[in-house]
Design a protein around this ligand. Sequence first.
Ligand SMILES: [Zn+2]
Length: 117
Amino acid sequence: MPKLFRDRTLPARCPFCRAEFQRPVEVEGDQWYDFAAGSCRCGAVFAHDPTARNGGAVFLQALLMVADGDMDRAMGLAEGVDYDVGYVPKYNLELHRLEPNSFGTLYFVRLRALAGD
Ligand SMILES: [Zn+2]
């Protein structure tokens, strides 16, 4: 990899705990989970929007995942009360790093009940 290119990327880190996390993977077995997703050791879950155009649907998936797939529960959660949201823009799935010309975004959701664990 050319040095110039390498120097323009940054490691992808969790917006909540700043830890590096595992690359998102396809989620099997649920019709709602269209996007690659993963979780951080701090309890945050995230979903990957590869185009920067699916934001609402990707965020909804992350919210649904944090609610264990329970749509009623997910809809009953309030941002800033029950959970916090974080974004990781310029995410490049192939590199699993932040890269200035990439359009991917990771949407993070973490329940407040998990904070401090
Ligand atoms: Zn984290």
